[in-house]
Design a protein around this ligand. Structure first.
Ligand SMILES: [Zn+2]
Length: 77
């Protein structure tokens, strides 16, 4: 789902780092370690929050759209 706003362990705000983190990895092709260092996410508890997050919102939207299409096709047949 969405990334938690704060680190579960120390409480530092990490949600604002998610988009820059993705940009550094996908557009500038940095490693995860280099991206986290550049964003000054230095505590391992906070690094875990970004490293372990899986952004599933796009998959959920796609599955919902496919489900609606499937229901519409069943209704017309
Ligand atoms: Zn932390």
């Amino acid at each position: 789902m969405m990334i938690p706003v704060r680190c579960w362990t120390c409480g530092k705000v990490v949600a604002n780092k998610w988009e820059p983190y993705k940009q550094l990895i996908h557009e500038q092709h940095l490693s995860e370690t280099a991206a986290l260092d550049r964003l000054k996410v230095l505590r391992y508890c906070c690094r875990r929050m970004l490293l372990s997050h899986v952004d599933q919102i796009d998959e959920l939207i796609d599955s919902q759209v496919n489900r609606q299409k499937h229901q519409q096709s069943r209704a017309t047949n």
